[in-house]
Write a protein that binds this ligand. Sequence first.
Ligand SMILES: *[C@@H]1O[C@H](CO)[C@@H](O)[C@H](O)[C@H]1NC(C)=O
Ligand SMILES: *[C@@H]1O[C@H](CO)[C@@H](O)[C@H](O)[C@H]1NC(C)=O
Ligand SMILES: *[C@@H]1O[C@H](CO)[C@@H](O)[C@H](O)[C@H]1NC(C)=O
Ligand SMILES: *[C@@H]1O[C@H](CO)[C@@H](O)[C@H](O)[C@H]1NC(C)=O
Length: 195
Amino acid sequence: MLRRWLLTSTLLWYLFAGVIGDVNLDRRDDNLPARVPYVFPPPPGTDPIADAIRARRNGTLLDLDGVLLNAPLFAQAHSNLFGVVRSNNTLPPAMRELIILRVVVLNSTTYEWLQHEPIARMAGLTTEQLLAIRLAPPLFASQGVNLTSILGPDLAAAMTFTDWVTEKIRVPDDIFDALRPFLNDMQLIEDRGGI
Ligand SMILES: *[C@@H]1O[C@H](CO)[C@@H](O)[C@H](O)[C@H]1NC(C)=O
Ligand SMILES: *[C@@H]1O[C@H](CO)[C@@H](O)[C@H](O)[C@H]1NC(C)=O
Ligand SMILES: *[C@@H]1O[C@H](CO)[C@@H](O)[C@H](O)[C@H]1NC(C)=O
Ligand SMILES: *[C@@H]1O[C@H](CO)[C@@H](O)[C@H](O)[C@H]1NC(C)=O
């Protein structure tokens, strides 16, 4: 049943992408080049903010950093926040990556999917789970799509929660209560970092 649903969804996805192709061009998927110059400062040791970002990223600046460095203090704050989101939280890594990738899907940000898919796989998400994250319709649970057997109850609850925060902002109590058993108070704050 679920396999059939995934296959159908995949076909629908391609169909949909074909039908709305022109519209999508207007939406400017963010894997296109940026509309501001990329600022890649000279070698390490010349710009403390760029150096701090390099240190966080194991020595390499991403295109994203080149864009953010047009506003150095913003780049610094962004790096500090996302350093904490990525490295200094206690969420289960698979749940952290699921949340990030699901927001990516709901907001069509291909660039970030490409950055995070390998990290998600390292965190243990399988291809089948990645397909579910990629293809399930927004607010899937309200549409009768049950992903518990693919994701497990914890990740399914986290994805339902992510969909509500992203799509509706206000999260009903039952959606929050379904996630609550899997996270402590600290983690319930930390999960918002990915959203
Ligand atoms: C940097 O390298 C360490 C050790 O190999 C790894 O655990 C970490 O995830 C890497 N960080 C990034 C942002 O790639
Ligand atoms: C945050 O995570 C990094 C990388 O794991 C670690 O080096 C650093 O000590 C952590 N900072 C805090 C305040 O826990
Ligand atoms: C979803 O499926 C699981 C079994 O995989 C089941 O335990 C659960 O009750 C189902 N949820 C709903 C809302 O049907
Ligand atoms: C992300 O998607 C949600 C739901 O469709 C939408 O309300 C929000 O404006 C989007 N955010 C961005 C930055 O595109």
